[in-house]
Design a protein around this ligand. Structure first.
Ligand code: PHE
Length: 339
């Protein structure tokens, strides 16, 4: 039996020596060492031996196994190294060749503006709230103090899906939803998002655009707080030398309401103003419907068009550029991206 085993060993070692490829080496491993391999099967022969010979034969089988395993391991290393050297010899790497230029996208200019405004307000303790674009009339209009037959609904003509559902005309419904969620507790939020109005598209009008609205409700809010928030935002967006001008205006959800203009220097060196947003103190009815007692709580709100900011900031001549997905337009905003 021992002779058979040592014959097997020599046979295996001989074959390993001769082998030239990794695949053949694996064949040998299977032939001798797998569960049903020649050497492994020798263990089964133990039973045929007299008791006293079994331990020494068992040890012998194990040591043969180890020897063959080691031979296979060494041969494997050798073959792998040879293969590597072969590849290195045949492959020429030219380090002077240009690399591939991978196309990398960038943040859309409108999202850059939103991120910029979010950064500013989050830094001042506001949180960012979002809501659905398909809205209920209740949140979009009624809770904003615009009853079903309120004439000011004409200012925000929109797309109705059925009698109650519509594409939101502003992000104010997010304010209504948040007021209800906060259950009468003070809040400071900004609500960025896409809004829709029925409009004929041209260089300055789009039936779809982006807004950022802000709402702050607390016990001690005055008009001065609103003015400060507006000035901070305008200077952050357009430069610290800018001034703002407030003009009386009308929104059903704020009272008093203002239109906000930001200053700029005209080509002839004189100062001009350009209208950029609407704002006001939250109307008592809106507070009441949102679950706040208007005798205790006051609030301010503002709404700004994201396209309007981007158009002014980057001197864009047609609002439709934002939605056309023209790579030549979008590529111009790569460097501007701060994110
Ligand atoms: N929701 C207004 C609009 O879209 C903007 C606005 C918000 C005005 C808050 C005043 C106060 O026209």
């Amino acid at each position: 039996m021992k002779e058979v085993l040592s014959k097997l060993k020599h046979e295996a070692l001989e074959q390993i020596k001769e082998i030239k490829t990794l695949i053949n080496l694996e064949d040998i491993r299977v032939t001798y060492l797998s569960k049903k391999g020649h050497i492994s099967l020798m263990m089964g022969k133990l039973r045929e031996l007299p008791n006293e010979e079994r331990p020494s034969f068992g040890q012998m089988v194990n040591s043969v196994k180890q020897e063959v395993e080691l031979a296979i391991y060494n041969k494997k290393q050798m073959l792998e190294e040879k293969a590597l050297l072969e590849t290195l010899k045949n492959e020429h790497i030219d380090p002077t060749l240009d690399g591939y230029l991978y196309y990398q996208g960038s943040t859309h200019p409108l999202n850059q503006v939103i991120q910029d405004v979010e950064d500013l307000f989050v830094g001042m303790g506001y949180t960012v709230e979002e809501g659905p674009e398909l809205e209920n009339d209740l949140y979009n209009f009624e809770m904003m103090n615009l009853d079903k037959d309120h004439p000011a609904r004409d200012m925000q003509d929109t797309f109705f899906i059925d009698d109650t559902m519509l594409l939101r005309t502003h992000t104010s419904p997010v304010q209504a939803r948040t007021m209800l969620k906060m259950k009468g507790k003070p809040l400071s939020i900004i609500c960025p998002g896409k809004v829709y109005r029925r409009d004929d598209d041209d260089p300055t009008h789009s039936h779809q655009f982006m807004q950022i609205e802000g709402l702050v409700i607390d016990t001690n809010i005055t008009f001065a707080h609103l003015k400060d928030a507006l000035l901070t935002m305008c200077q952050h967006l357009f430069g610290h030398d800018r001034e703002i001008r407030l003009r009386p205006s009308y929104f059903p959800f704020t009272e008093p309401s203002v239109e906000v203009d930001v200053s700029y220097i005209k080509k002839d060196g004189t100062k001009g103003y350009i209208e950029i947003l609407g704002a006001g103190l939250v109307h008592p009815n809106v507070l009441k419907m949102g679950g706040y007692d208007p005798k205790v709580y006051k609030g301010y709100a503002f709404g700004i068009g994201v396209e309007r900011i981007a158009i002014l900031k980057y001197k864009i001549d047609d609002i439709r550029h934002f939605y056309m997905n023209d790579i030549r337009f979008l590529n111009q905003f790569k460097g501007v991206d701060k994110s």
